[in-house]
Design a protein around this ligand. Structure first.
Ligand code: 13P
Ligand code: SF4
Length: 323
């Protein structure tokens, strides 16, 4: 990185010192050691953030890591429900969300009063909540699931009747693999993954005829039906790394395209749609992380103890049934 020399209005010169990404990363690594901070980063975070994280992965992997991390402080680089999940599991720890604006629109979609009405209308159903929900909603559910654990968990539930909230697309994908159960859904979903259509599949297959199509189960059922592999963010990454194929079309948040390209430089990765960008996941910058490890930024997560305890049951059940 070259250091620029700028001229001020008064014509005297001064050094315009800009930190490089590498310098910032080094400062973050030193500060997180000094202050005993564990950095968790969801796979949709930028490459430079994944590089300084202690653990990266999908929602399920991060929940499990959060319950095991020995550090006093956990910094979550992801979205709000992920930081709340950490706090629910580890109330004694200081949990920081790296950018307070980073929410998940799907998590806010279902109102508790609507869920109450749905449960009243469907007595005897087990309520299964995608982990992308608020803590308040989790208190009203029997068990949480993530995209990587949903099929296993639903199979392990004794009750054949399942009320699946809030993502009907993930729900439809689970239902296809667990045909022995009866499902009820609500009309919810991820605005980012819903941007991808079958037209994108037709175009991408035409442009890259040798590539395999790997998609996230939050996509529309018409899209997942056309895929060679359907799985969580970690599932997609593992599949692409292990598979002998050389070209892959990626149907999930586009940061995965970049991460895979770093991990497998000899393979080629193409986004299913250039519009599959989660603006909430993209809010967190390396500077946010730097501010947080200095104790100057982010949001310290606090939860009402009743809500935390209520939500804990459904998350513990998820870890128990998820294996
Ligand atoms: P994963 O469970 O694959 O991490 O997905 C989380 C998410 O928010 C996907 O949109
Ligand atoms: Fe939420 Fe979708 Fe973003 Fe995942 S990709 S955090 S489900 S809005």
């Amino acid at each position: 990185m070259s250091r620029k020399t700028t001229t001020t209005k008064d014509n005297d010169t001064k050094r315009d010192y800009t930190l490089t990404t590498r310098e910032l990363q080094d400062r973050i690594l030193a500060l997180k050691e000094k202050h005993d901070i564990c950095i968790l980063a969801h796979a949709y975070q930028s490459q430079e953030i994944l590089e300084i994280a202690d653990y990266t992965g999908d929602s399920y992997g991060l929940s499990v890591q959060a319950s095991k991390a020995p550090n006093k402080t956990i910094l979550m680089c992801g979205v709000r429900f992920m930081a709340e999940t950490v706090k629910i599991l580890s109330p004694e720890k200081k949990v920081i969300l790296s950018n307070s604006q980073a929410g998940c629109p799907m998590a806010e979609q279902l109102d508790p009063s609507l869920l109450e009405a749905l449960q009243a209308a469907n007595p005897g159903y087990t309520t299964v909540a995608y982990i992308n929900t608020t803590s308040e909603l989790k208190t009203m559910c029997d068990v949480c699931v993530t995209s990587s654990s949903a099929v296993t968990i639903v199979k392990n539930i004794e009750n054949p009747n399942i009320l699946f909230i809030p993502d009907c697309n993930l729900g439809a994908w689970v239902a296809k693999q667990v045909p022995e159960k009866n499902f009820k859904f609500v009309q919810g979903g991820c605005p980012t993954h819903l941007r991808m259509s079958t037209l994108d599949v037709t175009r991408a297959r035409k442009e890259h005829p040798l590539a395999q199509l790997l998609v996230h189960p939050e996509c529309l059922p018409a899209v997942t039906a056309l895929a060679d592999y359907v799985g969580s963010t970690t599932g997609i990454m593992d599949y692409a790394k292990r598979n002998s194929g050389k070209e892959f079309i990626i149907g999930t948040e586009n940061s995965i395209v970049q991460h895979l390209q770093y991990a497998c430089p000899d393979k080629r990765f193409y986004p299913l749609s250039k519009d599959c960008v989660c603006h909430n996941m993209k809010l967190t910058t390396l500077i946010d992380v730097y501010n947080c490890v200095q104790g100057k930024g982010g949001e310290v997560i606090t939860l009402d103890e009743e809500v935390r305890k209520g939500a804990l049951k459904s998350i513990e059940k998820m870890i128990e049934l998820g294996g």
